[in-house]
Design a binder for this molecule. Structure first.
Ligand code: SF4
Length: 298
């Protein structure tokens, strides 16, 4: 069955089989989110999921990775996720990882035993919008978790052997709190040592509360210079053992990828070079296109 509506997936899931198990997002109220404005949250019937797996097995039997759609598929009960994993492994025997978007609340609602069972069933590569380590920013963004809750739940995932991407957003603290946002986010990242760090920059599209707040001046967006400073401050404060830094999102002023700590200085040098190149525009606001992509930085 074709996937309904606009389909979102992390960029590194480009080769994964996308399997719809829910529609929309069970939270659907993050201040900056414009992904599912008119999509009521719904759990797909097991018969539909099994039929989709059977259909995929006809053409895609060698697939190694499956990404469960949509906004927070990890909201499903452990029993349902195990049922789905079982159906996948039966029809697609080469699948090693079953990944999906997850929220901190989704983890909270599972026991340690359930997390271990899910890991054994191949569930991993969770893509988690933690966004910030600053409680004020998390509250404004209406994420539904605090930094302490994020730390506790991410450490529970690690203890269960489930790897994940920690997604953070530069600019979450706005123009007034970019330093605090960088410091608190670095502290949280250091505490949980994620396997993958996915960095984007704050942007808003019509329809979300952030867009309205930016337009009426309730939320002050960071300038190009502040975004660069925040990125440098965040990277400088990271003290990681071995984490992939995936910052290629088009919303970033300076998209980059690397491995931390190995490429730390190289990444900071690139930010310095960019700041020099953009020295006449540091007080401007980024002009953005689709998905927050930064336009016109020449
Ligand atoms: S949890 Fe993700 S999909 Fe759901 S509202 Fe927040 S940002 Fe959007």
């Amino acid at each position: 069955m074709p996937l309904d509506g606009v389909v979102y997936r992390p960029p590194y899931e480009a080769n994964s089989l996308l399997l719809e198990v829910t529609q929309g997002c069970s939270h659907n109220k993050c201040t900056f989110c414009y992904m599912y404005p008119d999509v009521p949250f719904r759990v797909c019937p097991m018969e539909q999921i099994e039929a989709d797996i059977a259909e995929a097995a006809q053409t895609n039997v060698n697939v190694r990775r499956v990404f469960l759609e949509h906004g927070d598929a990890f909201v499903l009960s452990a029993d349902r996720l195990l049922q789905i994993a079982d159906a996948i492994h039966k029809r697609l025997p080469r699948v090693e990882t079953i990944a999906m978007y997850a929220s901190i609340q989704n983890i909270m609602h599972k026991t340690d035993d359930e997390l271990r069972l899910l890991q054994k069933a191949g569930i991993g590569g969770l893509d988690i919008g933690v966004e910030s380590g600053l409680d004020a920013a998390l509250a404004y963004m209406n994420k539904g978790h605090t930094a302490q809750e994020a730390k506790e739940q991410l450490l529970r995932l690690t203890a269960a052997g489930i790897d994940y991407s920690f997604n953070a957003i530069l600019g979450c603290g706005g123009a007034e709190q970019w330093q605090e946002n960088a410091d608190a986010t670095a502290e949280l990242i250091n505490a949980v040592q994620p396997h993958l760090l996915f960095i984007g920059s704050l942007h808003a599209a019509p329809g979300c509360k952030l867009y309205t707040d930016m337009r009426n001046g309730t939320f002050h967006e960071s300038t190009i210079g502040q975004l660069l400073d925040e990125q440098e401050r965040l990277i400088s404060r990271l003290d990681l053992k071995d984490t992939i830094y995936f910052g290629s999102h088009p919303s970033n002023i300076v998209p980059m990828q690397g491995r931390l700590p190995r490429h730390k200085q190289e990444m900071i040098d690139i930010i310095h070079e960019t700041r020099e190149e953009l020295r006449d525009r540091l007080n401007e606001y980024p002009i953005r296109g689709g998905e927050g992509s930064v336009l016109d930085l020449s």
